[in-house]
Design a protein around this ligand. Sequence first.
Ligand code: HEC
Length: 105
Amino acid sequence: MQLIRVLRVTACAAISALSVCQAVLGDDFKRPKPAAIALACGGCHGTYGQGMGSIPAIRGIPESEFIRAMQDFQSSSRSATVMDRIARGYQHQDFVGLARFFRNR
Ligand code: HEC
């Protein structure tokens, strides 16, 4: 399916961008702030997490529910087309920050 292919390429681009940053910045690399990470989410979910086409909205979700969703994607206990791979690129502290960020969009 075309959509799945587009999602896969976008997810790969988002994940690669983070690894390139880490490689370039080396020891000076600090975990990016939630607003910066959210830029990688906006390509699919919309700048404000409002959702785009068949991609669900992620703004306004209660924080605990958002964090649980990300943990479930990360552990593959929730089936996904791309979010399982995306979630594996982040740490728990990122989920907390992103949950707060998108809660207030
Ligand atoms: C390549 C496109 C893409 C990117 C980039 C992306 N997502 Fe998603 N997201 C999806 C899709 C598609 C789903 C539906 C689950 C699936 O099929 O993977 C989803 C589902 C979700 C859900 C569950 C929403 C619900 O209603 O249950 C959350 C939370 C979420 N994404 C957060 C994020 C965060 C945070 C980021 C950035 C770190 C992000 N996503 C980046 C495509 C994307």
